[in-house]
Write a protein that binds this ligand. Structure first.
Ligand code: NAD
Length: 400
C-alpha cells in the first residue's frame, strides 16, 4: 500500500516558493500523498517563513533546520526537494542520498557534468529515487506544443528554429539570489545553463539528440558584487551575451541568441519552421512554449493556442490525464512535485531522472566549452569528460 511521503524542503529561497505553491495546489485538490515535515536553509529566516506558509495549508508546521546535517540527525523525512544555489547542489544532494533519502534536485543537476555524475552515482548506490526538478516541459501549453511539433507533426519536418532575446535588463546584484547568479564559481556559468537548462531540455525533447554546438559568448557586465556567498566581495563574471548554433542529429538546427546588456527596444522571438508551417512561441522563449504557442500552416490556416490545447487534450486517455495533470493540476510545479512523490510511492522512474537532467545540462556545458575553445564541440565529448576546460575551474574549486 503506497504511503504518505515525508518531505524536506532544502533551500527555502525563491524557487522553493513556487514549489510550495505546487504542494499547496495539490493539497487543495485533495492530494494527501505527501506531508512536508521539514524546511532547511542556512538562512534560518527563509526556512521559518516557508514553514509558516506550509503550516497554513497543511495544518502541521514543518520542523526548521539550519543545515542538512541537523536535518539528517532529526530523521523526520524520507525524501528531499533540493532548491539550493548551483554550487551547493552536489554538497546538499549527495549527503542526503547517502543517508538513504530520495532526492529531487533543481535544475541544472550539478554545477558541472562531473558533479552531476557524482549525484547520479550516489543515488544509484543508495538505490533511491533521483529526480531533476524541471518544470518547463510540464505546463499544459508546453506539452501541447511538443505534441504538435514532435508527435502530430503539424508543421511537417523540422528545418530550423531561431530564438532570440536582446534587451537591456540588468541583474540586480543587491539581491541574494542574483549575487550568486553573477559569479561563475557559484553558478557554474550564466543564463546559458540557468534559464538555458529549460531551453536545452525542451529542445532535446522536441528535436532529439544534439550532435554538436558552435557557440560564442561574452561577458560585458563586470559590475562589482558585494558580499556574495562564500567568495565575499567580487565582480560579475558570467556570460551576458551569446549566439549558438545547435546542430541536432536529425539535421535540424536551432540558432539561439541572447544579450541583456543592449540598449534600445527589446527584440524577442521564438520561431520554429517546418516543411508544412511555422510555430510561434508566445511566452518567455527560453521556457519554450510554457507561455503558449500558435501555428501558421502552409495553406494559411492559423491554429491558436486554444486550438492546439483542444487538439492535444483530445488525444489523451483518462490514464494519461491522471499522470500528466494529476488531480486536474495544471501548475507546472505542482505536476513536477507530484511526479516525484508518485515515483517514490510506486517505485518508478520519475519523468525526469538524473540522466535526463544531465542530458539537458550537457548541452549547456557544450556551449560554454565551445565558446571557450572557439571551435564547434561535440556534446558526446563533453558528456564523456573528454572536453572539460571550462568546467575544470569549478571542479577544482569545489573539490569535485
Ligand atoms: N524551475 C525554475 O523555473 C527555476 C527558477 C528559479 C530557480 N531555479 C533553480 O532553483 C535553484 C535555487 O534558485 P533560487 O532562485 O531559489 O535561489 P535563491 O538564492 O533564491 O534560494 C536558494 C536558497 O538556498 C539556501 N541555501 C544555500 N546554501 C544552502 C545549504 N547548504 N543548505 C540549505 N540551504 C542553502 C539559501 O540560503 C537560499 O535561501 C537553482 O538551482 C535554480 O537554478 C529554478
Amino acid at each position: 500500500m503506497a504511503h504518505t511521503v515525508k518531505l524536506a524542503l532544502v533551500g527555502c529561497g525563491g524557487i522553493s516558493g513556487a514549489h510550495t505553491h505546487g504542494y499547496k495546489d495539490l493539497y487543495g485538490r485533495g492530494c494527501r500523498e505527501f506531508a512536508v515535515t521539514a524546511c532547511c536553509d542556512v538562512r534560518s529566516a527563509c526556512a521559518e517563513s516557508r514553514a509558516d506558509e506550509i503550516a497554513a495549508f497543511q495544518g502541521k508546521r514543518p520542523q526548521v533546520f539550519a543545515s542538512v546535517d541537523d536535518l539528517l540527525r532529526a530523521d523526520v523525512a524520507e525524501a528531499a526537494d533540493v532548491c539550493t544555489p548551483h554550487c551547493f547542489h552536489h554538497s546538499t544532494a549527495i549527503p542526503l542520498l547517502q543517508a538513504g533519502l530520495h532526492v529531487m534536485c533543481e535544475k541544472p543537476l550539478g554545477i558541472t557534468v562531473k558533479a552531476s555524475k557524482k549525484i547520479i552515482e550516489a543515488a544509484d548506490k543508495a538505490g533511491v529515487v533521483l529526480a531533476t526538478a524541471e518544470n518547463a516541459r510540464r505546463s499544459p501549453t508546453s506539452r501541447a506544443c511538443v505534441w504538435a511539433i514532435r508527435d502530430a507533426k503539424l508543421i511537417g519536418d523540422m528545418r530550423l528554429a531561431t530564438v532570440t532575446y536582446l534587451a537591456n535588463s540588468q541583474f540586480d546584484y543587491t539581491q541574494y539570489a542574483m549575487k550568486w547568479r553573477g559569479v561563475s564559481l557559484l553558478t557554474g556559468g550564466g543564463m546559458i545553463m540557468d534559464s538555458g537548462a529549460h531551453f536545452a531540455d525542451m529542445q532535446t525533447l522536441m528535436f532529439g539528440p544534439v550532435e554538436q554546438v558552435n557557440c560564442q559568448w561574452d561577458v560585458f557586465d563586470k559590475r562589482p558584487i558585494l558580499d556574495a556567498p562564500i567568495v565575499g566581495d567580487t565582480h560579475a563574471d558570467v556570460e551576458d551575451t551569446w549566439t549558438v548554433v545547435i546542430q541536432f542529429a536529425s539535421g535540424m538546427r536551432t540558432v539561439w541568441t541572447y544579450g541583456r546588456s543592449f540598449y534600445g527596444d527589446k527584440v524577442e522571438f521564438g520561431n520554429y519552421y517546418g516543411s508544412a508551417g511555422t510555430m510561434y512561441d508566445l511566452g518567455f522563449k527560453f521556457h519554450c512554449f510554457q507561455g503558449g504557442g500558435e501555428a501558421l500552416l502552409a495553406d494559411g490556416t492559423r491554429l491558436s493556442n486554444d486550438d492546439l490545447q483542444a487538439r492535444y487534450q483530445a488525444t489523451l486517455s483518462e490514464a494519461d490525464k491522471a499522470r500528466l495533470f494529476p488531480y486536474g493540476c495544471t501548475d507546472s510545479m505542482g505536476i513536477e512535485v507530484w511526479d516525484y512523490i508518485d515515483s517514490i510511492r510506486n517505485r518508478r522512474k520519475p519523468e525526469m531522472d538524473g540522466w535526463d537532467g544531465l542530458n539537458a545540462k550537457v548541452l549547456c556545458e557544450a556551449c560554454f566549452e565551445s565558446g571557450l575553445a572557439r571551435v564547434p564541440v561535440k556534446v558526446q565529448d563533453v558528456l564523456d569528460g573528454k572536453i572539460d576546460a571550462f568546467q575544470r575551474r569549478f571542479d577544482d574549486y569545489w573539490g569535485i
